[in-house]
Design a protein around this ligand. Structure first.
Ligand code: SF4
Ligand code: SF4
Length: 279
């Protein structure tokens, strides 16, 4: 029987190869620009007590469905972060409305994210497991304020990162990207969490340093304590959608910020200097 580590290593390699080679991970209307670079992948026990904490209204709320309620025999939750490629990020550094490539990367990138979710479900099924992606399940509901499954919170449990002031997840590969997950009856070793609180990777929320995302936001939706969802949403539905045939994306707070490519503390001095120049 394959060891726990080898089993985990194999699925990580196969999923990475899939993301890197898939024709769907491209934007044909923009010279076939690659949407995502290689993913980060994390594993959590489906019975991790943190999942029940999310039912607290101070975190997500009672509508959150824990893994074993999505899939009663669940053993593992697999979460992944898909980092946007350099070309996609570079296109969106200027001030004001988002770039056209960024808008398309959001639309086609989410389509690819669904393809990635289905890839993992099929992969795990071929290994004689049962698997499902809650975000694609008919029980999935996205409420005005929070959904019954949160990809960012799942990634937090699976050791991928912690929340930033802008409320995106800051991972070892930064915050500019998309997140997905699947639940399976197969057992994988959990990823170690290198943090203790929801905000460990954001120096503003831990030490009051940084705050660059506040300056990047075109409508000042990021305040000293958190992102004001209503202001952000109003900007997306009114200004952005009116300019991009109803498409909604912005992402100015996740590029040209110290947490764009990695955890801020691991940035080298010269990278910090170049970020300062580009904002
Ligand atoms: S830009 Fe700075 S303050 Fe904002 S989320 Fe990133 S690390 Fe935190
Ligand atoms: S997505 Fe845009 S509008 Fe919303 S908080 Fe970030 S920078 Fe501001």
């Amino acid at each position: 029987m394959e060891s726990f580590d080898l089993k985990r290593h194999r699925i990580m390699l196969d999923f990475t190869a899939f993301v890197e080679s898939s024709a769907d991970n491209r934007l044909p209307s923009h010279n076939n620009t690659r949407i995502y670079d290689a993913p980060l992948i994390g594993f959590a026990s489906a019975k991790d007590p943190l999942f029940s904490d999310f039912k607290d209204s101070q975190v997500i709320g009672p509508q959150f469905i824990i893994p074993i309620d999505w899939l009663p025999e669940a053993e593992t939750v697999i979460s992944y972060f898909l980092p946007f490629s350099k070309a996609i990020r570079n296109s969106n550094r200027f001030r004001g409305l988002p770039s056209e490539i960024w808008i398309d990367a959001k639309t086609f990138g989410e389509r690819f994210n669904n393809i990635a979710r289905k890839y993992l479900v099929e992969y795990l099924t071929l290994l004689d497991g049962t698997a499902l992606a809650p975000s694609l399940d008919e029980r999935f509901i996205s409420y005005e304020t929070a959904s019954n499954w949160s990809e960012r919170h799942i990634a937090y449990v699976a050791g991928l990162g912690t929340f930033g002031l802008h409320r995106a997840l800051i991972t070892e590969r930064g915050c500019a990207g998309r997140i997905g997950s699947v639940i399976t009856t197969l057992k994988y070793k959990s990823t170690e969490r290198n943090y203790k609180t929801y905000y460990d990777y954001c120096p503003y929320l831990t030490e009051g340093k940084c705050g660059v995302c506040m300056k990047r936001c075109p409508v000042s939706a990021i305040k000293k304590k958190e992102r004001q969802k209503q202001i952000c949403r109003r900007y997306l539905t009114n200004d952005v959608a009116a300019n991009f045939a109803a498409s909604q994306a912005c992402g100015k707070c996740s590029v040209s910020v110290p947490c764009e490519y990695s955890r801020p503390l691991s940035l080298k001095k010269e990278e910090n200097e170049s970020i300062k120049k580009s904002i």
